[in-house]
Design a protein around this ligand. Structure first.
Ligand code: SAM
Length: 212
């Protein structure tokens, strides 16, 4: 994964108004369900860290972009209360997780599957490392409905958007990819809150499990 130094430096400024407009609340609502040994994929600068509860017994974070990982480590070092049980950062890509199979109770992805190189391979890795009965907690923006004006713009502006936004693809059908591999128990369809989100409006979040 390439280092996106500028994107990493401005990421939290770019999202600040969106966090205030409801993204922070969405993160908190989702992460309340994290429990046990928990893996967060593509943790970025660590905007989810404040929302994990004491139900999380061990927190493992992956962040393959060195510029993001540096900020993530700085955030953890700067505030011991963020991960009272400690948190380990691995600079690993989602497509090749350096963890044994069935080793996590919870896996978290927020605004990540839009940016990974191969989302299907990433979800296969999530399925591999989740324990049977474990939960994938996700919040991802997705492609708008077929034939919609926004879906057309998501396709048209994919390249320039991706170049400016750290490799994010605005029109990925991430919800369909999750449905193809997991059973979604809780699904909330929302709108990406706040400004600057014309291309990434439809947002799905929820809890998914491996089929029994
Ligand atoms: C939009 S940011 C989201 C950061 C964080 N999850 C959040 O909710 O704020 C996308 C993140 O995905 C990471 N990423 C990109 N490619 C990845 C990959 N192949 N595997 C794991 N993470 C990746 C990026 O480095 C970046 O930190």
């Amino acid at each position: 994964v390439r280092s996106h130094r500028v994107f990493a430096a401005i990421y939290e400024h770019l999202l600040a108004a969106n966090e205030d407009a409801g993204l922070r609340e969405l993160r908190a609502g989702l992460l309340r369900s994290a429990r046990g040994r928990t893996l967060e994929i593509g943790a970025g600068t660590g905007l989810n860290l404040a929302h994990y509860t004491h139900e999380v017994t061990e927190l493992v974070l992956t962040e393959p972009d060195p510029a993001m990982a540096k900020r993530l480590r700085a955030r953890l070092d700067g505030d011991a209360s963020l991960a009272p049980a400690g948190a380990k950062v691995h600079e690993a890509a989602a497509e090749a997780l350096p963890f044994p199979e069935s080793s996590f109770d919870t896996v978290v992805t927020t605004l990540v599957l839009c940016s990974v190189h191969d989302p299907e391979a990433a979800l296969a890795e999530v399925a591999r490392v989740l324990k049977p009965g474990g939960d994938l907690l996700f919040a991802e923006h997705v492609r708008d409905a077929d034939g919609s004006r926004r879906a057309r713009w998501q396709a048209r502006l994919d390249r320039p958007w991706s170049a400016c936004m750290g490799g994010c693809h605005p029109g990925r059908e991430t919800d369909r990819l999750i449905d193809a591999r997991f059973v979604v128990h809780e699904r909330r369809a929302a709108e990406f809150p706040g400004p600057g989100t014309a291309l990434v409006k439809p947002l799905v979040s929820g809890v998914a499990r491996l089929p029994a």
